[in-house]
Design a protein around this ligand. Structure first.
Ligand SMILES: [Mg+2]
Length: 195
């Protein structure tokens, strides 16, 4: 499989942004929770896999999403380099997040990504279910996503999900899976600049 870069789109949290490491940082700094590891996050619904009070999880997630801690949000290794290459060769790189609003993550993307803002098309849908219609509108056929349930939703809608491997998506699935941005880059049909 070689993916046409013009038809490729990306989720942000867990694919481009290392959101769960920020979750662990906030848990440690604000709640003194020190025995939690990245590998412990084995499901997307955090209250189902983490031995934390629901109110604590909620409070951390609010801090995660409101942008107030985004100075501690790092890109997933390799993402900036691959996205820079995509943005240089093609139209805007398309990002579709299920976050309720795009303000904080847009500001972060503009600050962190080595791409001019005009080369990034960022949409926040507010729901996982709404991703498909946005992708269709934008002509995206292949979508890189870390939430397994969303991959199934997108497959049902005729898209080709690429699952970005994370501890919270280790269930059996039929999708192409990549473990990092190197593997993802290898699937992209970058134009050969020397030909
Ligand atoms: Mg995600």
């Amino acid at each position: 499989m070689k993916i046409d870069p013009n038809r490729l789109g990306f989720d942000i949290d867990g694919v481009v942004a290392d959101t769960m490491h920020l979750f662990l940082d906030i848990a440690r700094k604000d709640f003194n929770i020190r025995d939690l590891r990245y590998e412990d996050i084995t499901c997307y619904m955090l209250e189902e896999c983490l031995n934390l009070e629901e109110a604590v999880i909620e409070s951390i997630v609010v801090k995660l999403l409101d942008g107030s801690r985004d100075e501690g949000l790092r890109p997933i290794p390799g993402a900036p380099e691959v996205l820079e290459r995509l943005g240089a060769d093609h139209g805007p790189v398309r990002f579709v997040t299920a976050r309720p609003d795009d303000e904080a993550i847009r500001e972060w993307m503009h600050r962190i990504m080595p791409l001019p803002p005009s080369h990034m098309d960022i949409v926040a849908t507010g729901s996982f279910e709404a991703k498909a219609s946005v992708l269709r509108e934008k002509g995206v056929s292949h979508f890189v996503e870390d939430r397994l349930e969303t991959c199934f939703l997108l497959q049902d809608e005729g898209f080709t999900p690429i699952l970005f491997k994370q501890p919270w998506n280790r269930e059996p699935h039929p999708f192409v899976e990549v473990k990092d941005w190197n593997e993802l880059a290898a699937l992209i049909d970058f134009p050969d600049r020397h030909s």
